[in-house]
Every structure is written in structure tokens, then in C-alpha cells.
Ligand binder design. Structure first.
Ligand code: 13P
Ligand code: SF4
Length: 351
């Protein structure tokens, strides 16, 4: 075996060797398990708990914070995260955390956003390959070509993009604030990138005209209006919440459309007994723990990129300070301007 093959084999052996579930670990992690016992069988807990205990300890030693997206699995979401949220919430936390190290449990563009906002901090992603089909759909060169094709139009860019694409943009947005961001510019027409379906949904909420790109989320584009019809036929009382990355016929059939954080808030506010979340699988598991009286119907489309993040990889990330997210300063400065401009709109919306 070559040196590289040997080191890959030993890394994968380390990932597979389970840590022991001792009485001390069981005692230490019992309050955490109490929060998620409804969605995680005890037999699985005995595998996760030792990692959770080790990660909690290392986090304190390293003055690290774990930011986890709402699509992370329950053992990460409830077990080790210091903050959970949608893309906007995680960006806001990254901007203000006093920690020295940020471990981003989400996909690569989220870790890049944290680095853009905190260039002086060490930002780690437990698996470098955690990508996103939207971020992969467009490059900085594409944005420059669009500017040539539509001179004078401002560019609004969804945060699900690389730092390079953000750097070419006037302002960023998330699914939580896309309409406010588009309207904040005070112009009749903008270029909106790269999610076509989010853009189409924004266009139904504003008089601003949008030039769209054909990027799609590989998870949400698989939902169909026919699926929603079938769910309603099976139970006319079911409350349908959908993420705006879904196709237009899905969104037209939904009772609520919003970001992952918006969907979570709405489950609490709507006072309904049966809900279906048209989004990534783990959302229902994570939200169900707080709503024991609500029944969750679970059509399940899984984000393979989000699922690359696991407890053993988070532990290795903290042990070895890997994988560091780095952004060239000339790109970081320009990307930061676009993200901060968005955060300013979000602060204005709160006032
Ligand atoms: P949110 O910002 O709504 O959490 O969405 C991020 C995402 O990647 C959804 O697929
Ligand atoms: Fe990207 Fe879709 Fe996965 Fe979200 S769910 S990270 S948009 S591929």
C-alpha cells in the first residue's frame, strides 16, 4: 500500500472504531438524550453518546462553537450544536460569536459565509465535500457575463453560492429575507441568482422584475404538485409547509412558504394537529421533539451533502483542526460587503 493509501485506511479505521459507551458517558449525556428520545432509539444512542461527550469536552478546551443547520441529524442538532438555524440565523451567529473556532455543521457555502464574516477566526468544515447543487450551478465568470448582458442591473445573490460568486454581487439574500432584500434596492428590475424557483416565488411577492438563472436545489426540485394533491386527498386537514426552493406548483399548493426557520416558527404558531414539511428529511425529526402533540407526515428527500457531516467527523475536525476554510482576501472583502449589506436589511426589518 502507498503512504497515501495507508493514511486514508487508518483515517477511515479511526472513523469506524466506535468509542465505548461507559457508565460515565451515559450519566453525562442523559439530559441530552432526554431531549431527543422520541426520535432516536436507545440502541442508536449508545453509539452517538460517546462522541457527543468527547465533542462537548473538546469544544470547551478549544473555545469552539458549533453552528448547525436545521437539516443536520438529531444527534448533531440536539447533541452538540451551540446554535441551530437557517442560513440567515447561522450567518448572524457567525458574525457575533466570541469563540476562536467555528465548526460549521452544514454545507461548504455556509462555512464560507462564516469565514467571510469572521476572517480572523478558524472556520472548520468536518467534510470538505459537503457541497450544494445551487452553489455548483454558477461561477463568478457567469455573473460577470450577466452584468455585461444586463448593464446597470444590480445582482442579488442567494447565499447558497461560493464566496467567489458573492464577491461579484451587490447584495446577498437568504430564503428568509429574499423579498425584503430585492425591494430594499428601490429599483424596478434586478438580476436574481442562482435559484430559479426561489426567484419565481419572490416574483409572486413583489412588483420588482427579476432576471433569473436556471439553478435548482437537487433535493427540493424532486417534490411535485401531484404529491401535495395526494397528501391532501389522504387528509384534507393536513397543514402543508414548503421551502421556496420547491417548484412553483408545489408552492402554489402549500399553506405556508418560508425558510427552514420560518417553517419551524409556523408549526408552533399555526396550532395544527397534522403537518407535512416539504423539505429535507431531518427537519421533521428535529422539530417533532418540541411538538409532541403534532403529527408529522414525512415524505423524505434527503440532502446527501448535509448528510456527509457526522459525529465522528466533527470530533476529528476538532481534534485535528480540519478542514480549514480559507478565502483569498481580495475575494473575502468583496463577498463580505454583499453579505453585510444583507444583514443590514435584516436588522432594518427587525426594527
Ligand atoms: P434555509 O436558509 O431556509 O435554511 O435554507 C438553506 C438550504 O440550503 C435549503 O435547502
Ligand atoms: Fe443545497 Fe439543496 Fe442541500 Fe440545501 S438541500 S444544501 S439547497 S442541495
Amino acid at each position: 500500500m502507498t503512504d497515501a493509501a495507508l493514511s486514508a485506511a487508518s483515517a477511515s479505521a479511526a472513523l469506524q472504531a466506535a468509542l465505548p459507551f461507559t457508565a460515565e458517558v451515559e450519566r453525562e449525556t442523559a439530559p441530552i438524550y432526554a431531549r431527543m428520545s422520541r426520535v432516536l432509539p436507545a440502541v442508536e444512542w449508545s453509539v452517538h453518546a460517546p462522541y457527543i461527550a468527547a465533542i462537548q469536552r473538546l469544544k470547551r478546551e478549544r473555545n469552539a462553537v458549533i453552528l448547525a443547520h436545521n437539516y443536520q441529524t438529531p444527534e448533531i442538532y440536539h447533541g452538540v450544536a451551540d446554535f441551530v438555524g437557517d442560513s440567515l440565523g447561522l450567518a448572524q451567529q457567525a458574525a457575533k460569536t466570541p469563540a476562536d473556532i467555528i465548526v460549521q455543521c452544514g454545507v461548504h457555502f455556509m462555512a464560507e459565509t462564516s469565514k467571510v464574516l469572521s476572517p480572523e477566526k478558524t472556520v472548520l468544515i468536518p467534510d470538505r465535500l459537503a457541497g450544494c447543487s445551487l452553489a455548483a450551478s454558477i461561477t463568478g465568470a457567469d455573473v460577470r457575463l450577466l452584468r455585461e448582458r444586463f448593464p446597470g442591473l444590480p445582482v442579488v445573490t442567494y447565499v447558497n453560492t461560493s464566496a467567489e460568486v458573492k464577491a461579484e454581487s451587490d447584495i446577498c439574500c437568504t430564503s428568509a429575507n429574499a423579498v425584503e432584500v430585492v425591494e430594499s434596492l428601490g429599483v424596478p428590475k434586478v438580476i436574481f441568482l442562482p435559484d430559479e424557483y426561489l426567484g419565481k416565488w419572490v416574483a409572486t411577492q413583489t412588483l420588482v422584475e427579476l432576471v433569473l438563472w436556471k439553478g435548482h436545489c437537487e433535493v427540493h426540485e424532486r417534490f411535485t404538485g401531484l404529491e401535495i394533491e395526494a397528501l391532501r386527498a389522504a387528509d384534507p386537514g393536513v397543514f402543508v409547509l414548503a421551502h421556496p426552493e420547491c417548484p412553483p406548483d408545489v408552492l402554489a399548493a402549500a399553506d405556508y412558504v418560508g425558510s427552514t426557520a420560518g417553517m419551524i416558527r409556523e408549526v408552533g404558531a399555526a396550532g395544527v394537529r397534522r403537518v407535512v414539511m416539504i423539505t429535507e428529511c431531518s427537519m421533521s425529526d428535529n422539530v417533532a421533539t418540541a411538538h409532541p402533540d403534532v403529527e408529522f407526515v414525512r415524505p423524505c428527500n434527503l440532502c446527501p451533502h448535509m448528510k456527509r457531516i457526522t459525529l465522528p467527523k466533527i470530533l476529528r475536525s476538532l481534534e485535528n483542526l480540519e478542514h480549514r476554510v480559507e478565502i483569498a482576501p481580495e475575494i473575502g472583502v468583496r463577498a463580505r460587503r454583499a453579505v453585510e449589506r444583507m444583514l443590514e436589511v435584516a436588522r432594518g426589518a427587525k426594527r
